[in-house]
Design a protein around this ligand. Structure first.
Ligand code: NZQ
Ligand code: ZN
Length: 394
């Protein structure tokens, strides 16, 4: 194992009706003037925004609101939020939504802490952040894990670049997690979320070094649990217990619990999916499902012990003396079967995009730039490797 820092400062309020406590939570963390940030229509339609406003009013907390965050959140909306927040002397960002809304809030929060600088520079890796205003969230979808993560992913819609910036100072102060709020999700979003949760665990699992038994067992438990409840939710979306299991797994999968002791993880699938999101605006989790099987087949020989362990302990493949390679490949195949069972794609065509070879090369070049030239732990991938994986994933 390697040494590590485990930092999860986010206070979690989990269970029914948690959003009623949001005023008290904002006050507890020093917020006096709040920007309520949300997405399209879902949080308005369900009445959640009204309930959140009432909870803030009860504590006498000033608030303004800004909706309209889209999936793969846009830099333009972030800039709009920065202006509105400055005009109103905002000192706390309250995200009501999913990863896109939380990330848009984090980006505004970074900008408010350094008002004379362009926030996009963080995402271009031109400078580190020196500060970040406090962020809290009321989560409405179990997926990205942004409610506890140090990550923020924004798309510059003018250049079609989707970029992430990671810093512990952006980890939210609190997360309100009421599984009931996720019952209105369309099935495709629920299952994309489950796929993303699994991928956050798998990115940290398929590594060459530093793995700890306790971390591996936690990761495998999260993976098996999410698989079980993803299938239940596919048929029974109103199931509270299933919603709750998946919601908590989503946070644990990306607050780095499953990365403790390892070499930092692989994350190539994520980086390659971000390019798909930037160019084709696909749903993040579904995009991951479309890339992963090809990535896995491209790298498994270099990371055989992990793929064998995964096949046996997560995908339930029996070791009947067929040999490591057959076990590993069966594990990948079983993963594809699972994706199909929950309505997820296993390649880009099934995802609904068919990039030309020119577009594949453009995505790979952009990915290489975002990765600083290379990326990966299961196998380190360079430009040509990324091109190959995209071609396999067609
Ligand atoms: O905008 P509304 O109307 O709310 O609709 C949203 C959106 O269309 C809908 N939705 C959310 N909650 C709902 C609901 N619909 C009905 N009922 C509800 N309760 O779901 C759609 C997707 O929402 P979004 O916030 O985009 O989902 P998700 O949480 O999957 O976030 C995806 C974004 O997070 C980034 C992704 O790249 C993508 O941009 N990620 C962020 C990470 C992080 N910050 O740690 C890590 C991840 O790897 C990921 O990259
Ligand atoms: Zn993700």
């Amino acid at each position: 194992m390697f040494g590590f820092t485990y930092y999860t400062p986010t206070k979690v309020l989990f269970g029914k009706d948690g959003e009623k406590q949001v005023g008290k939570l904002v006050a507890e963390f020093g917020g006096t003037r709040v920007l309520i940030h949300y997405g399209g229509k879902s949080a308005l339609k369900s009445g959640l925004i009204d309930r959140v406003k009432a909870a803030l009013d009860e504590e006498g907390i000033f608030h303004v609101e800004l909706g309209g965050v889209v999936p793969n959140p846009h830099l333009g909306k972030v800039r709009e939020g920065i202006e509105l927040a400055k005009e109103n002397g905002i000192d706390f960002l309250l995200a009501v939504g999913g990863g896109s809304v939380i990330d848009s809030s984090k980006a505004i929060a970074y900008a408010l802490a350094e008002p004379d600088k362009d926030v996009w520079e963080l995402f271009e890796a031109k400078r580190p952040a020196k500060g970040c205003f406090p962020v809290g969230s009321v989560l409405t979808i179990a997926a990205a894990g942004s409610e506890m993560s140090n990550s923020c992913v924004i798309t510059n819609e003018l250049t079609a670049e989707k970029r992430s910036y990671n810093d512990d100072i952006a980890r939210p102060r609190f997360a309100v997690m009421n599984p009931d709020l996720t019952k209105t999700l369309p099935d495709y979003q629920t299952e994309s979320g489950c796929t993303d949760i699994m991928m956050h665990t798998m990115e940290r699992y398929f590594t060459q070094g530093g793995n700890m038994e306790v971390t591996d067992e936690i990761a495998e438990g999260i993976l098996r649990t999410v698989m079980k409840y993803a299938e239940i939710l596919h048929k029974d979306p109103e199931n509270y217990e299933a919603r709750a299991e998946v919601m908590w797994a989503g946070s644990l999968a990306h607050n780095n619990l499953t990365g403790c002791g390892n070499d930092g993880g692989d994350f190539v699938t994520h980086m390659m999916e971000h390019e798909l999101g930037g160019m084709f605006d696909v749903t993040h989790g579904a995009g991951l499902a479309a890339i992963w099987p090809s990535w896995a087949r491209y790298v498994y020989k270099e990371c055989m012990p992990r793929f064998v362990r995964y096949a046996i302990k997560v995908m339930g493949v029996k070791d009947e003396g067929q040999g490591d390679e057959a076990i590993a490949l069966e594990g990948i195949h079983q993963m594809e079967e699972f994706y199909h069972r929950i309505g997820m794609p296993i390649n880009m065509r099934e995802l609904g995009v068919e990039p030309t070879d020119e577009q594949i090369i453009a995505m790979a070049e952009s990915c290489e730039r975002a990765c600083g030239g290379k990326k990966g732990s299961a196998k380190v991938l360079y430009l040509q490797d990324m091109i190959e994986v995209y071609r396999m994933a067609l």
